[in-house]
Design a protein around this ligand. Structure first.
Ligand SMILES: [Fe+2]
Ligand SMILES: [Fe+2]
Length: 288
């Protein structure tokens, strides 16, 4: 019998329910905090054996993905101003931008779970773990934002992350290459300078949240690397040239330094990939 949205996530039953169906339900949830709660409950259910993934069951895509609140207003990235980290309002704008990234990251991880059939069971568990950690990050940032007198939705935001999710909807290999290994990996590079500016402004509480996020994000990129290499191996593809080809085909953002080599090494990039990034850092940026 199909579940309805009013039913609790874990009902007494001897049969485990389908975690991919529940991931899609959570993806459709518009209320951000309800989404975050649903995701954490779903991952706990999988760990307890109350939910399981059915890799082969194809799920139909409902219209209007992802579920999200009416605010924040989504605008072009160039319309988002930068503010000084020294003022509380400037830090609130930053915390809001980070919360928006985490909200998108919850959706991206859930999308990997429901959309791509035929993967090993560990693929789904990995991405549900990521979704649960993104939900934790979102909650930490929203709680900190509240201490500045603001809530998620108070400032405009951009939609670049979900855009890449849309572009790679038909290809799990491209999704792994370009979402975790490219966009999330850029977060590893971006984190230390932002953290330093928060610390410099005396905002140790917000800096501590960035520490938690960076630690977990290394794990997310590692999971992306793991499944990217798994898929390359299965298709007898060279991971290095395949990445270059996919980045070109799907118009991935150009990589720019400075790179966080230590975090990227921990996240599973190999020495050849790190050397290629080091080469980009040494070259002056190309005119666009
Ligand atoms: Fe995150
Ligand atoms: Fe992440």
């Amino acid at each position: 019998m199909p579940r309805t949205s009013s039913e609790p996530l874990s009902e007494p039953s001897s049969e485990p329910f389908c975690a991919r169906t529940e991931a899609l339900r959570a993806l459709r949830q518009c209320d951000p905090l309800a989404k975050a709660d649903a995701v954490r409950a779903l991952y706990a259910s999988v760990l307890q054996g109350d939910a399981a993934c059915s890799p082969s069951s194809p799920l139909d895509e409902p219209p209007g993905l992802p579920g999200r609140p009416e605010r924040p207003e989504l605008v072009e990235p160039r319309k988002l101003g930068r503010r000084s980290m020294q003022s509380p309002e400037g830090r609130a704008v930053l915390l809001h931008a980070l919360a928006h990234i985490e909200f998108n990251a919850i959706n991206l991880a859930l999308d990997a779970v429901w959309r791509f059939g035929g993967m090993p069971a560990a693929f789904y568990t990995d991405w549900l773990k990521v979704a649960a950690e993104e939900a934790h990050h979102f909650s930490l940032l929203v709680a900190r934002l509240a201490e500045f007198g603001h809530a998620y939705g108070d400032f405009p935001a951009h939609d670049g992350l979900w855009d890449m999710c849309e572009r790679t909807r038909g290809d799990v290999l491209a999704r792994m290459a370009l979402v975790p290994r490219t966009l999330e990996a850029r977060g590893l590079d971006a984190s230390p300078p932002i953290r330093a500016r928060l610390q410099q402004a005396g905002d140790h509480e917000s800096a501590a949240i960035l520490d938690v996020i960076l630690r977990d994000e290394i794990g997310h990129v590692l999971i992306g690397n793991r499944w990217f290499r798994h898929l390359c191996e299965q298709g007898s593809l060279d991971p290095h040239s395949t990445y270059v080809q996919l980045a070109d085909q799907y118009h991935a953002p150009k990589l720019r330094g400075p790179f966080n080599f230590e975090a990227r090494r921990d996240a599973g990039f190999d020495e050849a990939e790190l050397a290629a990034l080091a080469g980009l850092e040494e070259r002056p940026p190309a005119a666009e």
